[in-house]
Design a protein around this ligand. Structure first.
Ligand SMILES: [Zn+2]
Length: 130
């Protein structure tokens, strides 16, 4: 019996593909070709990434889930060091400025996570065939 067909191996390969921002179908093709520019289809297997108009609206759930803890940590670290010198509103403003470099990272991972979750739920969608 091959050990590569174990469910945990499949899950590990999918997690690695998400971390490396790879295609939800072949787990190898790059999803992005620029900082925020996506391929329309997978360069390796032809999987269509955006299944339909508005498809990536669902990525907002992943985006929110990723962004809130980061914003919270930034806010709390700043508040810990500057609570006695900065007013709360200025601390919030600095929090958002410090958060800005995370926006492209969150954008990319939220789309990749959304595609992988969607692929797990509906792997044979006709809209995805490329
Ligand atoms: Zn692919």
């Amino acid at each position: 019996m091959s050990t590569s067909n174990r469910p945990q191996d499949s899950l590990l390969r999918r997690v690695i593909a998400v971390l490396l921002q790879r295609c939800p179908r072949c787990l190898q093709g790059h999803v992005f070709h620029g900082l925020v520019a996506m391929h329309e289809t997978c360069p390796r297997c032809g999987c269509q990434f955006g299944r339909e108009p508005g498809y990536f609206t669902g990525a907002m759930f992943a985006s929110h889930t990723l962004a809130v803890p980061i914003l919270f940590v930034i806010f709390m670290v700043l508040w810990h060091f500057f609570a006695n010198t900065w007013p709360l509103t200025f601390n919030l403003l600095v929090t958002f400025v410090v958060f800005l470099p995370f926006v492209p990272i969150i954008f990319r991972y939220s789309r990749v996570i959304w595609m992988h979750v969607d692929y797990q739920l509906d792997p044979n969608s006709p809209q995805r065939q490329g």
